[in-house]
Design a protein around this ligand. Sequence first.
Ligand code: UDX
Length: 433
Amino acid sequence: MRITVIGCGYLGTTHAAGMAELGYEVLGVEVSPTQLATLTEGRAPFYEPDLEPLLRRHVDSGALRFTDSYEEAGAFGDVHFLCVGTPQQAQGLGADLSQVEGSVRSLAPHLRDGALVVGKSTVPVGTAERLAEILAEDAPSARLGWNPEFLREGYAVQDTLHPDRLVFGVSEPSVESTLREVYAKVLAEDTPVVVTDFATAELVKVSANAFLATKISFINAVAEVCELTGADVVDLADALGHDNRIGRRFLNAGVGFGGGCLPKDVRAFQHRAGELGADHLMSLLRDVDAINTHRRESVVSQAREMLGTIAGSRVAVLGAAFKPDSDDIRDSPALWVAGQLHLAGAQVSVHDPQAMDNARKRFPTLGYVDSPVTACEDADLVLHLTEWPQFREIDPQELASVVRRRQVLDGRNVLDPARWRAAGWTFRGMGRR
Ligand code: UDX
């Protein structure tokens, strides 16, 4: 079986390397010339632990190749995974489906008889039905399946090769059997599989992300109550988490969620729910999004309180990526806060272990330095906004000697307040005592 992966962004690159690791011959299709050149050399176009060695190994062996030609892909593949992006529309909350529809239209005329096209991109419910109609026009013998992807950045390789579950959205039994064949090695590890219809498969993905976002916004809303009452949200989350029905994961209160998935998926699901007249879900997700934005604003207003006046002050921002172990700055809470403080007149100095290049390109007016200690030189306030492990190792005693004022706000609730206070710092967390 030969496999193509259409769209080699985050998901597609990892999936292509994963499929090669499972033993297939794989052809990745990428239309961006710079991205294509990088991939062809066996390099990852972004930072993701464990990905580059995998990519390099399979590119070197010839099992994995890349092209920009849909014609070549159609002639090559038995199974074609659609991994193109579905960003938020420029005007509105809904998902922009132009890449998904465009790639199916480009591929369809070149498909071999009986080829299987498998959607992995995150799409609004109803999209697969429409793509099936597009396929039927240009490739009547082609089949469609929907197999959403749940990988997390930072664990993308692990999540691809050893997923928590597989979901197959199918409209005929032969699609299920081909997908079972493709994933035979993964299924042999007793990975649970749910076989269902297109609509349910599409909804599993957006519901999973909406649920995770709701969990984060729930604890962040409770953090506000903690702030008003003197309670401590970290102790509270620990206690909640001991209840197996609730679980401790995704209950970390702080500056809120960001990234290329959760924010846009919550908005797209909200938009789709509105279109369908599912008003309760629409308003629930609107609140989840509003709570998330509010936590970012809360960091800015707490910074204002701690500084007195923002204009003319110096602020160190530790973190730029939307989460640790990633260089992804899409919708990053850290950079949102840094940008607001800069606009209000602060001199902002940012450090991140991996995301500096991306941040510099996107926000060229912020200051960037190559160590956390340099970022803190003469600072009036230190903001800890992405919880890289190396920031936790900073010695507050040593840092005290470089700053102008010993003030720190932990936007991720992972620094040890007692240690910082013992070194003479004014320490604030998010929803902490
Ligand atoms: C997410 C989903 O987890 C994944 O299944 C899906 O395929 C893609 O979207 P990812 O974007 O890599 O993955 O990040 P995730 O680990 O979910 O974190 C998202 C955001 O939530 C980050 O900004 C993170 O800092 C924040 N977060 C996470 C919290 O604020 N609190 C938490 O308790 C957990």
